[in-house]
Design a protein around this ligand. Sequence first.
Ligand code: PMV
Length: 328
Amino acid sequence: MKVTAKANSNIALIKYWGKRDARLNLPAVGSISVTLAGLSTTTSVAFDENLKGDRFILNGQAEAKEESQRVSRFLDIIRQMSGVRQQAIVESSNNFPTAAGLASSASAFAALSLAASRAAGLELSAAKLSELARRGSGSAARSIFGGFVEWRRGEKDDGSDSVAEPLAEKDFWDIRVLIAVTSAQKKKTGSTDGMILSKLTSPYYTAWVESSPDDLNGMRHAILKKDFQKMGELAEFSCLKMHAVALASNPGMIYWNGATIEGLQLIRELRRQGNAVYFTVDAGPQIKAICLPETVQKVSAALENLAGVQRIIGTRLGDGAQLIGEQI
Ligand code: PMV
């Protein structure tokens, strides 16, 4: 049976950085995100007894060894859970340019979790799907759900309580996120290596972990009260704190380029002029501007005019992972 599923990407308002268990991908801190329509991955999976090995095709092309092995290791988890022994063919496509330097692991592993588990005959609850997606990529645990989502750090060693859950539906509050792409290059230090390095070497790492519950509490309240200012201030605080941890690692990780910094200054200037807009940045150079519908146009035009910005992608809140089709 070939099963197809679709999942959206997400952007963290309170960031995940640091692992308490690297093998099970258990985070040192909880995180809160918004799932974004418009940045999605659609994936089909079919287990087939005639295949000699797993095959992974992304946007119509066979993927490089490293990425294929990551998919294969993830399929091993599903084979272990289901008892299915066969190899699989995995066909994925992103609806955004892969070369745009946008992280796709969240939408990719959320879609793969749903499609592959169903193709292997498993019917997992949303919480179990989130736990599974987490094994592929931490942030994928959040993309199982739509709207505003919290991924709990969890306490258990087996990771069964480190799953995401919905905080509020996408229609609860119309938040917009503009993504200003400043570079299409692949980042030098991936998030897993970066997190491990920060834990080992950053003097700020402990403070980051210890101050996390306050950020999560504040963000939960801000969202439920639709307090845009509080939400935005906390999002900027969490983002800059995460980058401070990365910068103070040894060797320090600088994920930004010149245009990123210019963009952050511009967003603060727009705010001083009375526009409701805040920023966040992940482990890469793209600027994410968090807006309300009435500020989208002005912020978009201002970012578009900034030297070094290649394109703007406008997003709004989207749904969680969904089954698209099942074919015998
Ligand atoms: O899911 P990963 O392993 O790619 O880690 C994501 C890390 C950040 O994007 C920097 C923060 C986050 O919470 O999404």
